[in-house]
Design a protein. Sequence first.
Length: 279
Amino acid sequence: MKAMDVDAVKAFVLAADLQSFTRAADVLGTTQSAVSLKLRRLEDQLGRRLLERTPRHVRLSAEGLAFLGAARELVSTHDRALAAFEVERRRLAIGISHLLVGGELPSLLRRMRDHDPGLLVEMRVAGTHELMQAYEQGELDAVLALRPEDGRKQGKAAFVETFSWFAAVGWEPHANRPLPLATQGESCRIRAVAIRALDKAGIEWSEVFVGKGAAILGAAAAGGLAVAVLAQRAAPSGTVDIGESLSLPPIPPQDVMLYTALSDRRSREALRVLTLAFR
């Protein structure tokens, strides 16, 4: 058997992780058809079907799952070999809004490591104001945050985040009492969106817990203390979306912006992997 095309193996790993040929093509800076062709040639060479394709999804086959670990190692070894003579290790400092990060952070970090093992990633999770201040002072190379209300234009829309109302499994509201809320306090724009929606719907509410970040608010919800408005993806285990069952008003989707001035290929690819992993 002739040597495998490392680019094809890398495309396989990305398609498996992102569950999409289109997203893999975005990271690689190529087209969906080119990625599809590479993967078909790889499957033909191996004599194995690695991915199951449907109109909406790409999933690993049993043979693809068996191959994935070795494929990751091949790509990682290849990338380390290419970087062997680099004098300076590349550093990438990223800030992410604490409203966007929950229990899936380990998988996000793994995807970045798998994509570029030689990249030194520094990550700061904080509020939008703090992150934008650090970015403007040159402390961060890139920021992922909800679109600020002051209308900053230098950012690029990266994806749309959906939010809803979450509470502990089995949680029930008390009759004739206001809806207990866990929020980030008055400076939080999601809090403002949520209470405007409740007020418009004529639903009484009471703020009973204040914390910073999705992880803290998720803990309050999972512990049965209150209802929290969380990103669907960041809601922790032990919580369920109660919006529909309690007829709570929907939370409008929120644009997430990417702010960066980086232009080198390596950094841009790492940022593409990160933003696509959120989708």
